[in-house]
Design a protein around this ligand. Structure first.
Ligand code: ACO
Length: 374
């Protein structure tokens, strides 16, 4: 009997030097650094540099990346036109997927798969995706585009371009933490998708577009959006018990809980929960906090399944003022750093990813009356 590993569960398919997930010690390292330490001390720009290059940047290296990012934030007219072609009802994940595709189709260097060129594309996507996401949320609200401000860092500017107001530092700090925590997580479904596409030596943009498609599903990145839908359904903390009775009786998955790798809690949750707590205080959102705590306590005590990163980040993005539909594109803006680091790592020691399958269809059969004429 062939030993089939459904969902590739437990299968180690390659080496990676980018991040290490250790569910036993509940730790996540980016290039050796605990993610909590990076979230506490670094701007997201420095973490992007780390993921791509293997080391934290020197002051000059960081200044160079920051200057690049600030000078490439403006959306070109063809990207704006492509976004405007899409209906306002289009899911923002479809919008960002399309906009990235247009960016790739317009890049004359798209098919140059050298590391130098792919690093340049990675930096370009890092700078442009926030502008795509911010513009899409604004157009859905009937608001015009907000031009970027090159006196603001990545997180402050992202919030500025989305809301047209300079954010409070508490909010920008929580946003920076969320970007760092979402940036990278080894061979998750979207990153593996990017690596599969890169392994065919297709261009980096195609790999990122494929990864966005994989991230969209509610079993992966789409869960942060789904968490808010659950909160809306439940309404108040007092309704958690009856709501959970019904949800579990009908075998519903509770979004924001569970993980393929972490079975005793997601290493990123305490850091994001602390950031959420600062937002709860800032926005005086005690009711939401009570709902959050009650659902977590009740579900964990019934099922022993713990929250994943999407559980605290959904309500955090909600408090910041993002539309629920925009949450997963925020994940894209962060994870594009990890995806592109993996695409370059795959290219550096490539082997076409092509697993096998065990056939379990009907036995060989033939077309009636068919006589070979050769
Ligand atoms: N709610 C209810 N039951 C759950 C949940 C959940 N969130 N997660 C797991 N279970 C149950 C399953 O029903 C299953 O029970 P059974 O054995 O009685 O059939 C058991 O736990 C194992 O679950 P699987 O789905 O087989 O485990 P897997 O490792 O494949 O799943 C996954 C991981 C897909 C993340 C799952 O926990 C889930 O669907 N969670 C909800 C979606 C979610 O939050 N995704 C975000 C992932 S993290 C991220 O992208 C940042």
């Amino acid at each position: 009997m062939t030993d089939i590993k459904k969902g590739l569960a437990g299968v180690v398919v390659d080496y990676t030097a980018i991040s290490k997930v250790n569910p036993d010690t509940n730790s996540l390292l980016y290039r050796g650094y605990p993610v909590q330490e990076l979230a506490a001390t670094q701007p997201f720009e420095a973490v992007a540099y780390l993921l791509w290059n293997g080391e934290l940047p020197t002051d000059e290296q960081l200044a160079e990346l920051v200057a690049y990012e600030r000078s490439h934030r403006t959306l070109d007219p063809e990207i704006i036109a492509a976004i405007d072609l899409l209906p306002l009802e289009a899911h923002p994940m479809d919008v960002v997927r399309t906009a990235v595709s247009v960016l790739g189709a317009s890049d004359p260097a798209a098919y140059d798969n050298s590391r130098e060129s792919d690093l340049e594309k990675s930096r370009l996507l890092f700078a442009k995706i926030p502008a795509m996401v911010a513009y899409d949320q604004r157009r859905r609200r009937g608001q015009g585009i907000v031009e970027p401000r090159d006196d603001l860092d990545y997180s402050h500017n992202f919030l500025w371009m989305t809301f047209g107001e300079e954010p409070d530092s508490v909010v920008a700090r929580a946003f920076n933490v969320s970007m760092i925590l979402y940036a990278e997580h080894s061979f998750n479904a979207s990153t593996f998708t990017a690596r599969v596409i890169a392994s065919t030596t297709a261009d980096l943009y195609s790999a990122v577009v494929g990864a966005i498609g994989a991230l969209k599903g509610p079993l992966h990145g789409g869960a942060n959006e789904a968490v808010m839908h659950i909160f809306d359904e439940i309404g108040t903390a007092s309704n958690v018990g009856p709501w959970l009775d019904e949800a579990l009786a009908s075998k519903r998955k509770i979004m924001g809980f569970g993980h393929r790798v972490y079975k005793h809690g997601d290493s990123r949750v305490p850091t994001m929960k602390a950031a959420l707590d600062t937002l709860v205080e800032h926005y005086d959102a005690q009711e939401l906090a009570e709902l959050y705590d009650t659902l977590e306590a009740d579900f964990v005590s019934r099922k022993g399944i713990y929250p994943n990163l999407d559980y605290p980040s959904g309500p955090a993005y909600h408090l910041m003022g993002f539309d629920t539909l925009t949450f997963t594109p925020l994940f894209v803006a962060a994870r594009v750093t990890g995806w592109t680091a993996h695409i370059m790592e795959q290219a550096a020691s490539n082997a076409l990813i092509r697993p096998l399958s065990e056939y379990n269809g009907v036995d060989e059969r033939h077309i009636e009356g068919y006589v070979p004429d050769f």
